[in-house]
Design a protein around this ligand. Sequence first.
Ligand SMILES: Nc1nc2c(c(=O)[nH]1)N[C@H]1C(S)=C(S)[C@@H](COP(=O)(O)OP(=O)(O)OC[C@H]3O[C@@H](n4cnc5c(=O)[nH]c(N)nc54)[C@H](O)[C@@H]3O)O[C@H]1N2
Ligand SMILES: Nc1nc2c(c(=O)[nH]1)N[C@H]1C(S)=C(S)[C@@H](COP(=O)(O)OP(=O)(O)OC[C@H]3O[C@@H](n4cnc5c(=O)[nH]c(N)nc54)[C@H](O)[C@@H]3O)O[C@H]1N2
Ligand code: SF4
Ligand SMILES: [Mo]
Length: 695
Amino acid sequence: MNKPAGPRFGHSACPHDCPSTCAVDVEILPDGRIGRLRGSPDNAYTLGVICAKVARYGERIHHPDRLLHPMIRTGAKGSGEFRRASWDEALDLVAEKLLEAERQHGAESVWPYYYAGTMGLVQRDGIHRLRHAKGYSRQFDSICTNPAWTGYIAGTGRLAGPDPREMALSDCVVIWGTNAVATQVNVMTHAVKARKTRGAKIVAIDVYETETVRQADMGLVLRPGTDAALACAVMHVAFRDDYADRAYMAAYADCPEELEAHLATRTPEWAAAITGLSVDEIEAFARLVGTTPKTYFRLGYGFTRQRNGTVSMHAAASIATVLGAWQHEGGGAFHNNGAIYTLDKTMIEGNDIPGRMTRRLDQSRIGAILTGDAEALLGGPKVAALFIQNTNPVSVAPDQARVAAGFAREDLFVCVHEQFMTETAKMADVVLPATMFVEHDDIYKGGGHQYLLFGPKLAEAPGEARENHFVHVELARRLGASHRGFEMSSREHVDWMLQKSGFGTLAELEEKRWLDVQPDFRTAHYLDGFAQPDGKFRFRPDWRRVKAPNAGPMGPWEAMPALPDYWPVIEEADAAHPFRLVTAPARSFLNSTFTETPGSLKREGRPEVMIRPGDAAAHGITEGALVEIGNGRGRTRVHAKFFDGLKPGVLVAEGIWPNAAHDGGVGINALTGADPVAPYGGAAFHDNKVWIKPA
Ligand SMILES: Nc1nc2c(c(=O)[nH]1)N[C@H]1C(S)=C(S)[C@@H](COP(=O)(O)OP(=O)(O)OC[C@H]3O[C@@H](n4cnc5c(=O)[nH]c(N)nc54)[C@H](O)[C@@H]3O)O[C@H]1N2
Ligand SMILES: Nc1nc2c(c(=O)[nH]1)N[C@H]1C(S)=C(S)[C@@H](COP(=O)(O)OP(=O)(O)OC[C@H]3O[C@@H](n4cnc5c(=O)[nH]c(N)nc54)[C@H](O)[C@@H]3O)O[C@H]1N2
Ligand code: SF4
Ligand SMILES: [Mo]
């Protein structure tokens, strides 16, 4: 008798835009469908733990609303009326429209717009090959990482740090400006391991009492945008009480004496007035990190989504240098490991194509760009056509009023390649159905760890869904774009890149499942010097010369403080806007992804804003009431949720709900601004002054 087929597991990596890039085991049911996903127990970073929303991935893959066929718009823009089309008809139409835009307004009037809906290097970045081969406009990727990366690199010179697994060997893990429980669960795995095995202390610094703060031994809830003041006071105490490692700084830092003199007035009392923390809280935190050599500062993105965010990141990283924490295993400051992956992406991105240095339009300013702001268009032609993959700007981009107006333009052609009928897809002229990660081949790298992971095709795509690479190849053919990369399969791309980069072959990687590319201890801890010309950490960065991976200086960069300091350029509350609003992530969504899955929707409930009961009473707001929040950029409606775990005058709204989920049909990003964060751009999503009133 045949044994009934039991569950099979395939190996992959979570493709989502998350620092954890978990190694996952995917259950393949006997009928070929996908069951549950679980974290790979033998991956030393994932350690068998993944977030709940991805564990339930079956409900996203087999969702009844998945896009299955190409569609062409029949009704008015945004009406949602489409007819089914064949791939050939849809692609022919897209090619015709892109060629027409090019003929009428030049190639730079076409803007391939993308982001990190999948972090797979082939499926995410192959769009650049098409862009370069056609001379289309480039994209300045500002929306997420820019302020954070710039602030970190300003000090260290390099986007890399101590092995994240060392958190488990630390005596104090400071989780700063990231809600790790919600946004990158594995940080908690390693921090909690350190607590269990060595009695390590966990500190969490946020602007409200998140689940991460609740799980910490010391939770610091401060006012949004004031982290640099806290960092300065901690360094002041370090100098004052002799926790500062002067011998280390003499060898490894640019100007310790200057910093010490500058910090003389940055006392805990000074910082308390700015942050809203008590002097005792600041002193206790400074003492804890000052007396714990193995302190690991795990610096997140959240506190950099402020108009002074770059300065705050640099100030927080500077603490590790003042204390000499970098010298110890389990010590130092980590943000992201982007620099350790020296991958040759020539073939994926078409980086050998001449004439590819076209204008680089700011991703965050898509609203201004589509509505014809000459400065945002960098003096070039209007954008006449968008080809969009892996992103949902009609929900996620700041300055939504302009984004909506731009997408409504009758003279704008839009093609969206998507898994679901997102709010962006709904505004398109042509919608193409996309595969999910288990339905195509790709390679992934972890920002929050040090693995390269392969994710093979494990299941057949439903309907006529096709991978991004297929669309690049088919459009290139129709647009007359040629490059060797269009002749290769996704697997061939991965293999080519690995071999060219000295990482072996795809066959080898597939056998091993992942490659650990962690640099050695001395390099990761900068023991042979920081990645600066003189090997010294910069307390005094040259903000114009920071080698951020993007663009030239912008925003009010000339006014940036020379040394770590509180920089008061945030959107302070005023009489007309008495509150500061933070638009934090929701635990069961990932940006706008998972707003379509029943499990996540049930957990998140409805769009809400957290407000202190006293603040609410002062504004005539009752628990659960529908309220309106607004500022000069727009207004939105949500329900009030009473919450004590934030400072007076602060509001927190979790999650990027679809605009349509809000009463009135306008979402949270109507309130957020796209003005660039100094010195290299970015969006200050958590830095908004607003008014609030009963709706
Ligand atoms: N569940 C879930 N996971 C996600 C995402 C999601 O939307 N949901 N998004 C993914 C993406 S794209 C990214 S980039 C990462 C980002 O993940 P994180 O690095 O965690 O960054 P954010 O999500 O922006 O915000 C994290 C925290 O910063 C806090 N914060 C805001 N302003 C300040 C401040 O001025 N000071 C301090 N100390 N804290 C502040 C917020 O309250 C929030 O709790 O997460 C990824 N993972
Ligand atoms: N208010 C507020 N707004 C924010 C933030 C915030 O904290 N607050 N965070 C910001 C941040 S950090 C970021 S990174 C952005 C992210 O914003 P987005 O980049 O728009 O991220 P998602 O909302 O996850 O949308 C990704 C889309 O890609 C699609 N997708 C996934 N895989 C594939 C694929 O293989 N092929 C194709 N063709 N499509 C695919 C998904 O279905 C999904 O619709 O949002 C920003 N917006
Ligand atoms: S924690 Fe992040 S990388 Fe891991 S499964 Fe969840 S979304 Fe994916
Ligand atoms: Mo992000």
